[in-house]
Write a new protein. Sequence first.
Length: 234
Amino acid sequence: MSEDTIGSAGTRQEAPELARRRFLTTIGAVATVCLSGYGLNAVVDSFPISAGELDLDLAAKTYGSDIVLGSRAAAVTVVEYASLTCVHCARFHTQSLPAFVDRWVAPGKVRLVFRHFPLDSTALSVASMVSCLPEGDRADAVARLMAAQSSWMAVGDPGEAAAGLLSVSGQAASRCLSDLDKQRSVLVPVSEARRAGIASTPTFVIGRRPYVGFMSSDALGAIVERELAARELA
């Protein structure tokens, strides 16, 4: 029998608050360990992005927390590094991504990889919750979080608000945030990206070249078309 249904009526009323406290406590503990262990607190200032090509091929690997749209056979892979608390990332997802998917991903030209790059503890916690969802639900979860970012980020406990938006209970969120494998699935690619020089969000990597900041669908598509043309000539 679940904790929400056991005991007296008074206990049933207290159970959601108990789950909420556990959820918030877990967020704090996980964020403290992970932010210190992977150095995310220093990410923006300590790793300026290179002006030319990156030393690492960041599209060569696929991680468990990646969200992939498009065909594996696509000629070009675009890796998007984004933080769920990043305003410019939300702008890209709401204003640019739908048209980009329609014009370049759906026709099979581009394989788009969304990769978490949390810049703060809230983004890390919410990214972990997204990674605990069934794989087929994750793209929609990111879309909802980006579309409603200004709402769930504005409350006192944004992590809890994000969990509510995703219909994740406090108990389920606590279990997820205690899953070290899920934490690693988010943080290992972050660590590798930092070594390559990725430092801010959104950053788009095409080939080995990074493109930093918000882009319209046309601007990102133009880069893709240049890459396609270059590959045809090679």
